[in-house]
Design a protein around this ligand. Structure first.
Ligand code: FAD
Length: 838
């Protein structure tokens, strides 16, 4: 065994071996893999081997696409047959909502280059003659995917990696991982130690145990997953004998199962409610090829549904039930990328579709390690999308929920209920009393919208589908009302959100944005350090505010901060609540080692209340002795003031494009400020508003968001951030690539569009819809919604630069329907910012 290596991969499942292979492919031959038992002896050996391309996440969709393409080439490269049956994947829809989901997905798939066909029930019957098509309203089919032999795939990666010089050590356990004095890693094993620059943790169900070796609380706990293999069925055997095409993998999402032919029999894999977490403290050291006791009772509702759909399944006996551990995270997507707080420690963990994801995840991780950047937007799988709240109790609850919801429709407005409320701000109860319907971000409860007292949906309104996975509305409020139906279309809350928007336009609104990530940067070197880090000019005068972006070395946007110079040498940085760990990790890792800059995170110590609307000055004037006139307190400035008896840094910015202030305050004073604002605002028509209203209002201002139109995949110029980027100010991260990219010519341009012909029964764009010109794909929507102040259905988009001129007519496909859209000037509401400056 080598004693020194560039990188050590821990774990010899399909994900670890793919990581090794891709590092070697990138030219790092000096790489070593350590596996405690045999390759594939963790989860990989008992996987059903399905390769579903279907995924609504932009990051995961691209990862899966790469894998499926790669797996078709591996045999030619390595000589190892991987058993890839390209038999296609078919998903049935029984409800209108499911069809909407499929049509939304078809748009996502087109934007990332994945082929999806639609099938009528007659066409389905033709290619899957054993399927009873009663009640099926249609199906989608991926012609390019199918299933694979996971162990053979892993061996192919191993052969490929070894050929490129990588070393694989089996029956060797990593027992500890330590940092050396020189900053390298010392990986200790029971067969000797290896010193290396980078460590990749790809340890499947052991993820938390491996993480604990370096002090990480890795948000992965496995769940039990079962599948059933039947005895041979004469019809399947006959098909094989006749040389007929293999049956595609069939999925009835509304009954939560998948089925495929397995030799002469059938294989059925349900995703049941109530499947328990397992290996909560990690598997035992002896665990290897381990299966659990099967639980047929839990499977029965799905088995019955499967028999109704494919009667042949009930006509033969069960040969074997596999019940194995499948790694899960709270949102069901894997964690691929850098570990927080540790340099050169990488995670490729939490894979629940790890056979499918292994190729793409290994590829992107290797790019990240070797080149310092992945080429895809990986925010959807970044390990830092979870925070320190995602620990044992939360994970157990949330991961079981993620498993049970694999097949429920992934409504864009769905707010899953498990492990909530977890993080609440002091005004939570007050907002609840005002009718708040909460959503959750990064563990925080945030008002989504406010339901008036008379809102209560009936069973008829909810139109609950007659399917096993019946799931289309938010839980009841304390007084027993259901107030929110989830939908891919404009839903019951549409007009109520509109009323909140109009009140912000006409009067004044109050919003709780305490979830914002917040920190102080101070010290003698603070200003110079921020200046080298961020693309905009750092505010020079005390009280000034600037919107600043942290770019990738390729000039894409990694993070966005509002930077407020609150005092000499003291900067207050605010960024999106969902990205606290991500954004703060980049700041922390970039800190100089000479102690000249201090980083002090204060997210949980400070709350944020936003007062916005033309009457906000009238409200605030009643509560403070600070001079609020435009001359004394202009837009984009801040200062510490009293709000009633409480203290806050009032900053004149907001995300809704109206006159207003954000109050950043000691969290224990929140309710004093809240009550004072509500009381003072009563005569001016103050009302609370939620995230849904904020989203609509911000789209009318063409405000960009990570990871939508701001991403590492688009340069800051492509995202239209010209006024926030100053290449002449001196060097900063990404500057050279940005300048070179512009000289070469941009591939994309940010655009604001009006979408024509959207009715209340339809849907506004949401993001990820394909945009066409004359039938050719020319862009993708990144956000969208109805703009209540403009009275227009709007979309934000990235389109080819030659089609970005105002007035250009394009087509956008929303839920399978093509709509005319027109590029309009940026910021359709108040383009001069007169209201913000008012
Ligand atoms: C019943 C079932 C069916 C499934 N079906 C599918 C499917 O159809 N399609 C799909 O894509 N996915 C499927 N999966 C999921 C899939 O099996 C996993 O996502 C995938 O195998 C994960 O691979 P991995 O490499 O991350 O983990 P593993 O295969 O578990 O590998 C991790 C390895 O790390 C090693 N290790 C851990 N700690 C150490 C240490 N300290 N030192 C050295 N080595 C260590 C372990 O021994 C293990 O071999 C299924 C899972 C189950 C349970």
């Amino acid at each position: 065994m080598r004693t020194h290596a560039r990188a050590v991969v821990v774990g010899g499942g399909v994900v670890g071996v793919s990581s090794l292979y891709h590092l070697a492919k990138k030219g790092w031959s000096d790489v070593v893999l350590i596996e405690r038992k045999e390759l594939t002896s963790g989860s990989t050996w008992h996987a059903a081997g399905l390769l579903p391309l279907f995924n609504l996440s932009y990051s995961v969709g691209q990862i899966h696409k790469y894998s499926v393409a790669l797996y078709k080439t591996l045999e030619a490269e390595t000589g190892q047959n991987v058993g890839f049956a390209v038999c296609s994947n078919i998903r049935l829809a029984r409800t209108k909502d499911r069809w909407d989901e499929f049509m939304y997905y078809r748009g996502v798939a087109e934007t990332i280059g994945v082929t999806v066909n639609t099938l009528t029930s007659a066409e389905l019957k033709e290619i899957w003659p054993l399927c009873n098509v009663d009640g099926v309203i249609g199906a989608i089919q991926h012609p390019d995917d199918g299933y694979i032999q996971p162990a053979d795939l892993t061996q192919a990666f191993a052969i490929g990696a070894r050929k490129l010089g990588a070393e694989i050590n089996r029956n060797t356990s990593v027992t500890a991982i330590e940092r050396t004095a020189s900053g390298e890693w010392l990986v200790k094993t029971d067969k000797g130690d290896i010193t290396c620059e980078h460590v990749v943790s790809a340890t499947g169900n052991f993820a938390r145990k491996t993480g604990a070796m370096v002090g990480l609380d890795v948000p992965v706990i496995p769940v039990q997953h079962q599948y059933i293999v039947t005895e041979d069925h004469p019809e399947i055997v006959k098909r094989r004998e006749q040389g007929l095409p293999e049956l595609g993998v069939l999925r009835e999402a509304d009954s939560s199962w998948y089925m495929r032919a397995e030799k002469g029999g059938l294989l059925l894999g349900p995703y049941e409610k109530g499947a328990p977490c397992c290996y909560v403290d990690g598997p035992s050291d002896q665990s290897e090829y381990e299966l659990f006791q099967e639980d047929l009772d839990r499977l029965m509702p799905h088995v019955e549904a499967a028999i109704a759909r494919v009667p042949a399944f009930g006509e033969v006996g069960i040969k074997k039930i596999y019940n194995g551990a499948i790694a899960y995270t709270p949102d069901g997507s894997p964690i691929v990328g850098p570990a927080w707080g540790l340099k050169n420690f990488w995670l490729n963990e939490g894979h629940s579709f790890g056979v499918t994801a292994a190729g793409g995840a290994g590829w992107q991780l290797a790019e990240w390690i070797v080149e310092g950047e992945p080429s895809l937007d990986m925010m959807g799988v970044d390990p830092r999308r979870f925070g320190p709240y995602a620990t044992r109790g939360y994970l157990k609850t949330k991961n079981e929920e993620a498993y049970a919801n694999v097949f429920t429709p992934h409504y864009p407005d769905e707010e899953r209920v498990a492990a909530r409320p977890l993080k609440t701000t002091p005004c939570y109860g007050r907002m609840q009393a005002l009718g708040a319907v909460f959503g959750s971000v990064y563990g925080w409860e945030r008002p989504g919208w406010f339901a008036p007292q008379d809102v209560s949906l009936t069973d008829a309104d909810l139109a609950k589908p007659e399917v096993l996975m019946n799931h289309n509305h938010a839980p009841a409020t304390d007084d027993g009302r259901i107030v929110e139906k989830w939908s891919f279309r404009r839903s019951n809350y549409f007009r109520h959100v509109g009323n909140e928007c109009l009140n912000v336009r006409d009067n004044v609104g109050l919003q709780d944005m305490s979830a914002f990530a917040k920190c102080w940067i101070s010290g003698t070197g603070a200003e110079a350090w921020l200046d080298r880090l961020l693309a905009n000019r750092i505010p020079k005068k005390v009280g000034r505010i600037a919107l600043c972006h942290l770019l990738s070395k390729n000039g894409g946007v990694r993070a966005e901060f509002t930077v407020y110079k609150a005092r000499e040498g003291g900067f207050y940085l605010v960024s999106a609540g969902a990205f606290e760990r991500h954004d703060h990790d980049y700041l922390r890792k970039a800190l100089p080692t000479d102690g000249s800059v201090n980083f002090n995170p204060i997210t949980t110590q400070w709350g944020v209340l936003v007062l916005a609307g033309p009457r906000s000055r009238d409200v605030l004037r009643k509560l403070t002795d600070a001079d609020l006139s435009n001359g004394a307190f202009p837009w984009l400035t801040g200062r510490e003031i009293n709000v009633g008896v409480a203290t806050a840094h009032a900053v004149r910015v907001n995300f809704v494009g109206e006159l207003g202030w954000e109050f950043h305050h000691p969290i224990e004073q929140q309710n004093a400020i809240f009550d004072a604002l509500m009381a003072a605002g009563a005569e001016f028509g103050i009302k609370p508003y939620g995230i849904k209203a904020m989203s609509s209002l911000s789209i009318e201002k063409s405000y960009r968001l990570i990871p939508r139109e701001l991403s590492i995949e688009y340069s800051a110029y492509e995202s239209g951030l010209d006024r926030f980027v100053h290449p002449n100010k001196g060097d900063f991260i990404g500057r050279d690539a940005l300048v070179a990219g512009r000289a070469k010519g941009l591939n994309w341009q940010f655009a604001t569009m009006e979408v024509m012909g959207v009715t209340d029964a339809g849907s506004d764009a949401r993001g990820s819809e394909p945009i066409h010109k004359g039938g050719k794909l020319v862009g993708r929507a990144t956000n969208g919604g109805y703009g209540w102040r403009c009275g227009k259905s709007l979309a934000l988009a990235m389109v080819r630069p030659e089609l970005a001129a105002v007035g250009t007519e394009l087509e956008i496909t929303i839920l399978g329907e093509s709509k005319r859209c027109v590029i309009i000037p940026e910021s359709p509401w108040d383009p001069e910012n007169a209201r913000l400056r008012g």
